[in-house]
Design a binder for this molecule. Structure first.
Ligand code: FAD
Length: 515
């Protein structure tokens, strides 16, 4: 440990963005210290063995990758692969007494066309679906490279993207309005709308939903959500390897509790009382935490609004619709996510109640990548199941965190069981103490365990990836602050949010641009 040394840069926070920032700087010849408050690296990108007697390493928090640019993987030389899911989504529905399901393949095919026809009675909605997503695919391809470049103004970016109609419906008109205009069916509308609400407690009519929608559809130029091979922890293992290889010094259990800045640089103090100095500080925790350390008011933001439930199953449950569970759970499995159910759940949660028809997103990692299970568990037919529940804002958990968590868990389970022939409890692996292999994380847990302010999975509200003219003129990379030596390198930076490394890359570029 070199406490007397002055570093070129100190990176605070060893989530994936902090590791990306530190490695880019070290590769550029800077001497870099990374301080992580927890005893492990990774932040929201970790894999753990939540049920220790079972050799199953689950992505505890984040679980799918879309936003990570290939360029970052190549620049850093990490050996990390993501795998395509052949199924994009399955949405079970009830039609009178009949149980059905909308199955959408990753690439449009006859099976998808049949499924749309069965739901809507014709081909029109399927055609509109293809048109809508083909238009967005062109935008994704054109806009993605800009995520790793200095920011542009809205007018300049709009003109360079040269898709005025798509720009208008993605950035300027409420996405809920656009979806209702483009589609007639409540289920189809809901499948589209979900991408606007993941981790964002808002109505479909609010432009905040557009920001969320955009980030869910432009990742790496395709918007495809892919499975991290080996689980999310494999990403962090590789980032740690290349950070060390390039000479980054890493200190765990080093929570930064004090920060001073002057004309020649910054000084930080950890909770253990250690002091370090550097020319620049890249803060890869939440902007709210940085503001507090600097004695400033926290930037305003929506609170987190999701439940994360991790499960280990002894087998996949059968569905009432009769579809093969290996198809249904291979992509994103939507529950209670028709357009009207999503809007209704938002209103119920806003009034202060846990929605009984809880909207859920689920997927089975092991159908695409069994390597997170031991060969023995795989052979016995075990699977993992990830459940991400929407519209459960932190405020619902304040008065009685554990009681509300139990209530939200019950709502999630009964919502899911509406569509299952085998209730989910009947297929959960059983631990030797008789407990079921299921763990639940509320927004309050995310705040306590990871320091995500009020459980916001993106640290703070997502922003559009351009400047609107009223912002800090020094905002070039989206990482700059009003202190020339302090940069935001975590998800809360402009264009951060999600597992992307973009905030880390851009903060490193902002520091290097000063030289
Ligand atoms: C339940 C859940 C599911 C998600 N699912 C997905 C998904 O499937 N796909 C996706 O793209 N995104 C997903 N996300 C969002 C994504 O995981 C995050 O936006 C992203 O990982 C943030 O990365 P980061 O490195 O910026 O910050 P974090 O992962 O939050 O890491 C910040 C690190 O900084 C440390 N730190 C904070 N303050 C200090 C301090 N004072 N001193 C020292 N260290 C400090 C923390 O301990 C932490 O390790 C999900 C998030 C959650 C919580």
């Amino acid at each position: 440990m070199s406490r007397d040394q002055k570093y070129d840069a100190i990176v605070v926070g060893g989530g994936h963005n902090g590791l990306v920032a530190a490695t880019y700087l070290a590769k550029a010849g800077k001497n870099v210290l990374l301080l992580e408050g927890a005893s492990e690296l990774g932040g929201a990108t970790t894999s753990v063995r939540p049920f220790p007697e079972y050799d199953a390493r689950l992505s505890r928090y984040s679980y799918l990758v879309s936003l990570l640019p290939d360029q970052i993987v190549a620049d850093l030389g990490i050996n990390f692969k993501t795998l395509e899911r052949s199924i994009a989504s399955y949405t079970p529905y009830k039609s009178g007494a009949k149980d059905g399901g909308l199955l959408i393949s990753q690439n449009w095919d006859d099976r998808t066309a049949d499924s749309f026809r069965e739901l809507t009675g014709g081909d029109q909605e399927g055609k509109k679906w293809q048109e809508f997503y083909n238009e967005i695919a062109v935008l994704a391809e054109r806009i993605a490279p800009y995520m790793l470049q200095p920011l542009k103004s809205a007018a300049d970016l709009k003109s360079e993207i040269a898709l005025p109609e798509v720009w208008k419906f993605m950035m300027e008109r409420p996405i809920g309005e656009v979806i209702r205009e483009r589609f007639q069916d409540d289920v189809v509308r809901g499948v589209a709308l979900t991408d606007a609400l993941i981790g964002t407690f808002t109505s479909a009519q609010d432009l905040q939903a557009n920001r969320c929608f955009l980030y869910h559809l432009i990742g790496n130029g395709t918007g495809q959500w892919r499975v991290p091979q080996g689980g999310m922890g494999a990403f962090v293992t590789e980032l740690n390897r290349v950070a060390l290889l390039n000479g980054v010094e890493i200190e765990l259990d080093s929570k930064v509790v004090g920060l001073d800045s002057g004309p020649s640089g910054v000084a930080v103090t950890t909770s253990a009382g250690d002091k370090y100095v550097a020319t620049d500080l890249l803060f890869a925790g939440a902007p709210q935490t940085l503001a507090k350390l600097r004695g400033q008011g926290a930037p305003s933001s929506l609170e987190g609004s999701q439940m994360k439930i991790n499960m280990l199953l002894s087998r996949l449950p059968r569905l009432k619709s009769g579809v093969d569970p290996k198809l249904a759970f291979a992509g994103t499995f939507h529950v209670n996510e028709t357009y009207s159910q999503l809007e209704n759940a938002y209103q119920v949660a806003k009034r202060g109640d846990i929605p009984s028809d809880l909207p859920l997103e689920m997927y089975c990692h092991t159908l695409t990548d069994p390597t997170i299970l031991s060969p023995e568990l795989s052979q016995r037919g075990f699977h993992t199941l990830t459940l991400f529940g929407l519209h459960t804002p932190a405020a619902l958990f304040d008065a009685d965190p554990s009681g509300a968590k139990d209530a939200a868990k019950s709502a999630a389970i009964s919502s899911l069981n509406q569509y299952l022939e085998d209730p989910i409890e009947s297929v959960l692996a059983v631990c030797s103490d008789g407990s079921l292999a299921i763990e639940v994380k509320s927004p309050i847990d995310l705040d306590n365990d990871l320091g995500l302010p009020r459980g916001n999975i993106f640290h703070r509200d997502l922003d559009f990836p351009f400047l609107d003219g009223t912002e800090l003129t020094a905002l070039n990379w989206g990482s700059e602050t009003d202190d020339a030596h302090i940069f935001l390198a975590g998800a809360g930076a402009r264009r951060g949010g999600g597992v992307s490394g973009i905030a880390g890359h851009n903060a490193a570029m902002a520091v290097l641009a000063k030289d």
